[in-house]
Design a protein around this ligand. Sequence first.
Ligand SMILES: Cc1ncc(COP(=O)(O)O)c(C=O)c1O
Length: 394
Amino acid sequence: MSEPNDFFKQHLAQTTPFPFGIKVDYAKGSYIYDTEGKAYLDLISGIAVSALGHGHPKILEAIKTQSEKHLHVMVYGEFEQEAQNNLAKELLKTLPDNINSFYFVNSGTEAIEAALKLAKRVTGKREIIAFKNAYHGSTHGALSLSSNEKKKAPFEPLLPQVKHIELNNLEHLDHISEETACVILETIQGDAGVRFPTKAYLQALRKKCDETCTLLIFDEIQCGMGRTGKMWAFDHFEVVPDLLVAGKSLGGGMPIGCLMADRKLMLQFSVNPMLGHITTFGGHPLVCATAAAGLKVIREEQLLKALPIKAQLFKELLQHQEIKEVRQLGLMMAIELENEEKVQQLVLKGLEKGVLLFWFLSTPNAFRLAPPLNISEQEIREGCQTILELLNDL
Ligand SMILES: Cc1ncc(COP(=O)(O)O)c(C=O)c1O
């Protein structure tokens, strides 16, 4: 494996003292290649981003076509742009009737900020309820939703009036009251180590929000766009949110975030005050073109049809005495080992062996898998075989 060079370490801001540091040359399909020609099987997709693998021809074609038409022409919202319209049309095909208006921004955390603002604007209330072990992003508002005191403390003061409740704890629903503007939940919690609500719990949560005029926000930045085997994770539960937030793989490999809501709610951003939420680059035409192309690929190549077989294959192959638990819905997976040290060792050894695995921010005794949705069965077998060999050596 190539070592990160000094220029990278000195001049590119670091987020940890231990970056993977692969010197990327190019990426194709389910593999990333370094400058020495070594191939890495990508079982994390840049943390659930490259859902169509790397260099999908339809994505490249969309980039070429749009770049020859135009790039940025005006701040978001002023001009009508075909690429934005096309993305909205693709999204509409996948969503329930009450989610019909789209605000495109540049990242997941930005879309979360927009959702919190819209909830305050629509309800006139201030209290926000989030979940223990949630992750919604790293900007001030999104960070306020985290219950990780260690990560939050150095940046306080953050947003006031944020409470945290436990997932699947019906008694905790009593904290939701007439004072609550919104409840925000990752439909499947990602960074908590892939944790699921029960259907009964989500339905009770929906009911409580209705009773208290509280908006229910689902964050599907990680679990949406087909990752769990349905287009949206909430499709598994027969519960529909008031606001929906997406990002990551929605951009087809380009940076995006999207707040979705009923038009009646979204209109509140344009009055009292006008320009209630604004962005320069949100809805960038190149990004919208690739995002629309990506959704079309999922639909036309029927990727979700093949997904349960792939998910099952991972489940069958990943059996080993070192594996304590596999939490999985579709291709969103947490593999729990005995302790943090074993996870560290496994992920780093994976890197040496050419298989990309990754950790969770706040679940130290598990590693994550989020491969491209179009990964082949052969690649799954190859990746799992390497993982099993690494587990043998722990
Ligand atoms: C569930 C969830 N919400 C929000 C975010 C933040 O998205 P971004 O990193 O694009 O700001 C992430 C990123 O990992 C996420 O997984």
